[in-house]
Write a protein of this length. Structure first.
Lengths: 227, 523
């Protein structure tokens, strides 16, 4: 069962979420501050980080950036609807997904599963490695190299790239990507997609201002290529 | 215009001038009446400027006319009086100085009369004598056609002489009657029966009087023209503050409550401006207080829902634990635990709706638009809510591309369909079509109709109010009571409209109209 590290300052929420997730079989460790959470990270070695954005001292966005400096650990932000600015900043900082509080345990569970699922290997029938220009995508090893250099992609970035490149030149609407990559509802916030595309472009494109690999079709969505 | 008495002699009654209609020099006074009433009626149709100027002119005309008339009358009477007095006294002297042998013989009398006629002052006169049947004159005709019977009667009654002004064929005459008398004592006299008349043309006086009239008129008319200028100036000085007041009132009406008028001087209009300013200040103050109170109330609602959210997050996370374990508890505890669990879920929904509403109130609600297929969006909404079991019918034409906020559109459709399922009768129909707004803007029209009893007419105006219960008997519905209010706000955010009504064939229908392109093209 997945090991989840929860960083949440409010004791009631911390205890409630811990209780709910543990009941569903998760191995949960919790921390009340960002600093304590970062410390627990190396020792607990979680599969996923559940991170409240509003923390005393070091805030959630800062924790997120610190984690992303040397780790592609899946990160889900806990946010409140309406705190849009925090959500966008958190996504830019490298979070893979977000959950709006208050949330039922089944919602937490579904989101955690979705985030973790994307790094499981997909079907093995197709040739595992494909080359697109400078990019080499290995679907079995789940690695992406650009001109021989391995790229550190966060889980959501990797899953998005795998999804788009599986059908080159096919246009995916942002709603479709929300449903298939993030397993959100059709009507969820498409800025999640936009933020992830921006991060992905920063890593794979030569010039993220004029993207080659992940291209925008105004009014329709995104597609991979044509190169 | 009573004739002045001759020196030392009481004025004779018969000496009153005879007016025969030809002498009406005071023409000015007669103009006032016919014009006045009509102007009063017209004044309602004219503007303030016209009325003020007309009033000014009227006053000027009346005063100029009155002044001219009085001046004319005084001057005229002085002029005529002098001529009359001179003529009457000199004629009396001539008659007294002339000895008439009595009884009078017809022969030789004409010479005497011609002698008298030569001495006429201030103008030559024609002298006539009447004695018994004898008629003689200094002129060609022995009898004058100008002397009236009244004068003859007056001459007989008054031994000191009488006069009368007569106008004949447009020529003014002064006629004087002077009876000759015998002195019978120191005071007493006796008429001899001989009466002498003098007829004098007053043409020169007439010319002078006409000149006076012309002068009065020529003075009054330029006066009126000159009066127009101060009239216009006065109207302007009144109208400028009135104009400013109107502009300020309009500005206040359009919501600029800090509008003030510059107060000039200390007249009534300045008082009015000051009163306006004071009222505006009070109004601004009251409105500011109201707005502050409203903002406080909104902030309070927002704060309350924020504060509720954190404990709810903890409670909601453990509802599943409660539900699972309830089966193992004794029945009462199990019921209590399940109640807490289900109510926690509703409370979470209510708080979420409250926060949503308070974001609209604080104008913090953002529109995150995306272009999508309208039919697909509606289908997904129904799928996500599991409303796919035949309770909801759809008429969703393909290919309507629309730019809107997907999450908010989902809320709108879900709230309307959920509302129809709860309060209306199945099947609920969701219909999409294109429409055109009154300004030609292409619209996406979404209709949600049910087969229930419809909405009572008195409830229709309030159906989008917060926490409004269309059915008073239903104290608490499954929804938060904010669903339709949130729907309205979401539609408004898209610059659209939503209205509720009843279909002629029964059941309620909600119609949402949203511009196909809420925001510019793509991003």
């Amino acid at each position: 069962m997945p090991r989840v590290l929860l960083i949440e300052d409010d004791p009631a929420v911390r205890e409630g979420v811990e209780l709910g997730l543990r009941r569903r079989g998760h191995d949960v460790r919790s921390a009340a501050t960002g600093e304590a959470g970062l410390e627990a990270l190396s020792e607990f070695r979680p599969d996923l980080l559940l991170l409240d954005l509003m923390l005393p001292g070091m805030n959630g966005v800062q924790v997120c950036r610190r984690v992303r400096e040397n780790s592609q650990l899946p990160i889900i932000m806990l946010t409140a609807r309406g705190d849009d600015f925090d959500m966008i900043v958190g996504l830019e900082a490298g979070a893979d997904d977000y959950i709006v509080k208050p949330a039922r345990p089944e919602v937490l569970e579904a989101r955690i599963r979705a985030v973790l699922r994307r790094i499981e290997p997909t079907d093995t029938e197709r040739p595992a490695t494909r080359v697109h220009g400078d990019l080499t995508i290995d679907r079995a090893a789940l690695t992406v190299t650009k001109a021989g250099r391995r790229l550190a992609l966060a889980p959501s970035e990797l899953k998005l790239l795998l999804h788009l490149s599986a059908a080159p030149e096919q246009v995916f609407s942002r709603q479709q990507l929300l449903e298939h990559v993030w397993e959100h509802s059709y009507h969820a916030d498409a800025r999640l997609v936009d933020a992830c595309v921006r991060r992905l472009r920063n890593k794979i494109e030569d010039d993220s201002g004029t993207p080659r690999y992940v291209q925008t079709l105004r009014g329709f969505g995104y597609r991979f290529g044509p190169l | 215009m009573s004739p002045a008495p001759t020196a030392g002699v009481p004025a004779p009654d018969g000496g009153s001038p005879v007016h025969d209609g030809a002498e009406h020099p005071e023409g000015g006074g007669g103009r006032r009446d016919p014009g006045g009433r009509r102007r009063a009626r017209w004044s309602w149709a004219f503007g303030l400027r016209t009325r003020l100027t007309l009033a000014f002119l009227l006053v000027a005309a009346v005063s100029a006319g009155t002044t001219a008339a009085l001046t004319y009358r005084e001057a005229r009477s002085a002029l005529l009086q002098t001529a009359q007095d001179t003529a009457v006294s000199s004629f009396r002297d001539e008659v007294r100085q002339t000895g008439f042998p009595m009884p009078l013989q017809a022969e030789g009398i004409e010479g005497v009369l011609r002698d008298i006629a030569r001495k006429g002052r201030p103008h030559p006169w024609v002298a006539f004598a009447e004695y018994g049947s004898i008629r003689a004159s200094s002129g060609t005709s022995p009898v004058s056609g100008v002397i009236t019977p009244q004068l003859r009667r007056a001459a007989r009654a008054n031994p000191h002489g009488s006069f009368q002004r007569v106008v004949k064929d447009g020529v003014p005459y002064l006629t004087i009657a002077m009876p000759t008398v015998f002195p019978t004592g120191p005071e007493g006299v006796l008429p001899t029966g001989l009466v002498l008349y003098a007829v004098m043309r007053m043409t020169d006086e007439q010319i002078n009087v006409e000149a006076l009239l012309t002068a009065a008129r020529d003075g009054a008319l330029p006066g009126l023209v000159v009066a127009l200028l101060p009239g216009l100036l006065a109207a302007r000085s009144v109208l400028r503050p009135v104009r400013e007041l109107r502009r300020a009132a309009r500005s206040m009406g359009s919501g600029r409550l800090d509008t003030r008028i510059q107060v000039r001087g200390g007249d009534e209009l300045a008082d009015l401006a000051r009163t306006f300013n004071e009222s505006a200040e009070q109004l601004e103050h009251s409105v500011r207080e109201l707005r502050q109170a409203e903002a406080r109330a909104r902030r309070f609602a927002s704060d309350v829902s924020h504060e509720l959210r954190t404990p709810l997050a903890g409670m909601l996370a453990v509802t599943e634990v409660l539900d699972e374990d309830a089966g193992r508890l004794d029945p009462d505890t199990a019921r209590a635990v399940r109640l807490i669990s289900s109510e926690t879920g509703k409370l979470a929904g209510l708080v979420e709706d409250l926060m949503e509403i308070s974001r609209f109130d604080a104008r913090a609600a953002e529109l995150n638009t995306d272009e999508l297929d309208a039919a697909e969006a509606v289908r997904k909404t129904l799928e996500n809510r599991h409303w796919t079991d035949g309770r909801v019918r759809t008429e969703l034409p393909e290919g309507i591309r629309v730019r809107l906020d997907p999450r908010r559109f989902d809320v709108v459709v879900a709230n309307l369909v959920g509302n129809a399922l709860r309060h209306g009768g199945t099947p609920v129909t969701v219909r999409l079509r294109r429409g055109t707004g009154s300004d030609g803007v292409p619209l996406l029209v979404t209709e949600v109709a049910d087969n229930g009893p419809g909405i009572r007419p008195e409830a229709l105006p309030h159906i989008f109010d917060r926490f409004y219960k269309a059915d008073a008997a239903r104290t608490r519905s499954e929804g938060s009571g904010l669903g339709l209010a949130i729907t309205l706000e979401n539609v408004r955010l898209h610059r659209g409209t939503v209205r509720a009504g009843n279909r002629p064939e029964g059941g309620a229908v909600f119609t949402v109209e949203i511009p196909l392109h809420t925001e510019g093209d793509g991003r």
